[in-house]
Design a binder for this molecule. Structure first.
Ligand code: SF4
Length: 386
């Protein structure tokens, strides 16, 4: 099987903030994509997904009615074919829908080589729209992504339904990665003397009062400056990703957290956190929270060092059972201990003669991991993690 990534995979990777996700995708790990409804996306994420599709169809219909749309067949296209389509059209300004292309392997391989990284392979790319402006200087183009909200729109049929629905990012970074990657590739495909790539890409948002109230408007296209994105995204694409996907699976960074709902690997990761007693056994521990708790555990191992690392949950239980050690850590880094106390819902005060502190979250998680290691229960599959 040829391993590859798509721009959509990159967007999901950034949204989930999980190296294991991209490692699994690239290395062909089995997920639950075949069983699309193995996890149930929330009503909210379903609504986001539906809204994205609605906005897209409203926008395409409006462009068509405004005589601004050229639709090309969704088959992988070369620069010359696209040029023929544009030359055959007598409009000076319009948008092309349906553009599909294979990322240029040879040119991307050069970029990996410059970064001293082994090359990665990429799958078929499908930007929403290309904005075309015919000028005396040539054909100016830029990638436009239709976006109903700040949420990443995902249509890749290779993804599980729940994954498509749950790729809703609070940050724009994941969205930018997609348009940056498309533009990077198209710059190699659509070359001079005829084509002139722009320094920006566009995000087409619905009108302020909603697309059910007002029609789309060209003034709602917001520009993304690509030169600003280039340094961090080139580092991500050509340095970080090759390193992440080449790591042995056991060394890959991951944390089971609320964002995992709908990821195609959710069920495997759910079982693994239980088996390994990781922080993700506790519900609602965010990636930031897990960083704080891991910092705390790292500090606790230094004084004195633990020869063989225990499961995270067991280590936390032990640490909070040792008041003197905790006190030492508090002096060392009061902010980490304070934050960890808040995350783990520890009581603010303990009685003078009390030697231990108990976090209800840690204790509940500990019970789950102990039960999970019971061979009888494992066989009968009684356990659930929620
Ligand atoms: S379920 Fe969560 S931890 Fe597992 S691969 Fe997906 S995002 Fe990463």
């Amino acid at each position: 099987m040829k391993r590859s990534l798509t721009a959509t995979n990159l967007a999901i990777y950034q949204h989930l903030n999980c190296d294991l996700y991209i490692h699994n995708i690239y290395n062909g790990a089995k997920g639950s994509a075949g069983t699309e409804l193995s996890s149930s996306p929330s009503e909210l994420t379903k609504a986001h997904y539906k809204r994205g599709l609605e906005w897209e169809s409203v926008l395409y219909a409006w462009l068509d009615d405004s005589n601004l749309l050229l639709t090309v067949p969704q088959i992988p296209v070369e620069g010359d074919t696209l040029l023929e389509n544009i030359f055959a059209d007598d409009r000076n300004y319009f948008f092309i829908a349906g553009v599909t292309f294979w990322p240029p392997e040879a040119q991307l391989a050069e970029k990996f080589k410059e970064s001293l990284s082994p090359p990665l392979h990429f799958g078929l790319a499908k930007p929403d729209l290309l904005e075309i402006r015919r000028t005396n200087d040539g054909i100016q183009w830029r990638v436009i992504d239709a976006k109903a909200s700040q949420h990443v729109k995902v249509r890749d049929p290779a993804l599980s339904l729940s994954e498509r629905m749950t790729c809703s990012s609070p940050s724009k970074v994941s969205h930018h990665t997609q348009v940056y990657f498309y533009t990077l590739c198209l710059n190699f495909i659509l070359q001079s003397p005829h084509f002139r790539g722009q320094d920006s890409a566009g995000v087409w948002l619905p009108p302020k009062d909603g697309f059910h109230t007002d029609p789309p408007s060209l003034s709602d296209i917001s520009s993304i400056s690509l030169p600003l994105l280039a340094p961090p995204l080139d580092t991500l694409l050509f340095r970080t990703l090759p390193r992440v996907v080449a790591q042995p699976r056991e060394s890959v960074k991951w944390h089971f957290n609320p964002l995992c709902q709908g990821c195609r690997f959710e069920s495997g990761c759910k079982s693994r956190v239980l088996e390994e007693g990781q922080l993700g056994v506790m519900p609602n521990i965010s990636i930031d929270d897990s960083r704080t708790l891991k910092d705390l555990l790292r500090m606790s191992r230094v004084t004195p060092p633990i020869p063989k690392p225990l499961a995270d949950i067991e280590e936390l239980h032990n640490l909070f059972s040792n008041r003197h050690k905790l006190e030492r850590l508090r002096k060392l880094s009061p902010s980490v201990v304070k934050k960890a106390n808040q995350i783990l819902a520890l009581p603010k005060k303990t009685c003078r003669n009390e030697e231990t502190k108990r976090s209800p979250l840690v204790e509940a998680a500990r019970e789950k991991t102990i039960l999970a290691s019971s061979p009888l229960l494992k066989i009968n599959g009684f356990l659930t993690l929620s």
